[in-house]
Write a protein that binds this ligand. Structure first.
Ligand code: G1P
Length: 299
């Protein structure tokens, strides 16, 4: 039986220029949806999928991410002394017991493929996950990575999350071509990074969740700069699929591109409307806002 996926890589070295000026001091992965930073949503998804080793690829300016996952002794003591046990539990569970965080510095911003390659020594010779924290995937059932890890563990093949996007948007994504799908999976025949709509092989886009076999590292080492002058993970995957099966996976859930203003707004609305304590009030204040601005009724 193929091994279980235990390790997850989180590339968090990007500059987050779309969210300037906020990201002048706060890394984009630390922007919150309600009360949890984006990185926490990705981490929770990885832990739910069975990962116990989380590898963060950071740059030397991103102390906030490492600080966030570090133990906060003073704060814990203060909360304990003042009897704020619910809040104490929240900060202790940022990383549950038995889960370890490893930080690897990516010295130069050479691209997503290069960021993943930085995790090589920590991963070793086993399949692993990559989660891009910009992509937040909301689902009431099992998380997207859990769905994919189950599929990967059943077949031993690498698995990449995909979803349909409008053809006009292909230049923002890795785009795959498959021979079709059986249930949620289809074997990838081709993958290309950010093709223009007129040359894109389909409108099936890669979303930031991957389960990859370790053979990808050897290919990443040989990958030369591609789209945008960066070492692309997509290009190494294009070589991997000449050697072994790589499956596309249509996950169940809704993906929000929190690397954009609208994506982060949409995710915030979704999590607020689905929140056990906030949903009624959130619905009401959205209605109020629309009324006051003279926008038509939501219903
Ligand atoms: C990256 C990948 C791309 C993928 C996308 C998903 O691009 O290179 O293949 O479709 O994430 O979010 P980025 O958005 O970092 O430019």
């Amino acid at each position: 039986m193929p091994p279980r996926i235990r390790k997850a890589v989180f590339p968090v070295a990007g500059l987050g220029t779309r969210f300037l000026p906020a990201t002048k001091t706060v890394p984009k992965e630390m922007l919150p949806i309600i009360d949890r930073p984006l990185i926490q949503y990705a981490v929770d998804e990885a832990i739910e999928a069975g990962c116990d080793t989380l590898v963060f690829i950071t740059n030397r300016y991103k102390h906030a991410v490492a600080d966030y996952f570090d133990k906060a002794y003073e704060l814990e003591q203060k909360l304990e002394r003042s009897g704020k046990l619910e809040q104490l539990e929240l900060i202790r569970n940022v990383l549950p017991p038995g889960v370890r965080a490893v930080f690897v510095t990516q010295a130069e911003a050479l691209g997503l493929g290069h960021a993943v390659l930085c995790a090589k020594d920590v991963i070793g010779n086993e399949p692993f996950a990559v989660l891009l924290p910009d992509d937040v995937i909301w689902n009431r059932g099992p998380g997207a990575l859990k769905q994919m890890a189950d599929a990967a563990e059943a077949t031993g093949a690498s698995v990449i999350a995909v979803q349909d996007v409008p053809r006009s948007q292909t230049a923002s994504y890795g785009i795959v071509a498959t021979d079709g799908f059986a249930a949620r999976q289809g074997r990838i025949r081709a993958i290309v990074e950010k093709p223009a709509p007129e040359v894109a092989p389909s409108n099936l886009a890669v979303v930031g969740r991957y389960v990859l076999n370790p053979g990808i590292f050897e290919l990443l080492e040989k990958t030369t700069p591609g789209a945008g002058g960066e070492i692309q993970l997509t290009d190494a995957i294009a070589t991997l699929l000449e050697r072994e099966t790589v499956n596309a996976y249509r996950f169940q859930g809704t993906r929000f591109d929190c690397g954009t203003h609208l994506g982060l707004i949409e995710a915030t609305i979704r999590y607020a409307l689905d929140h056990e304590k906030l949903s009624d009030a959130a619905r009401q204040l959205m209605q109020n806002a629309l009324n006051e601005l003279g926008v038509e009724d939501l219903a």
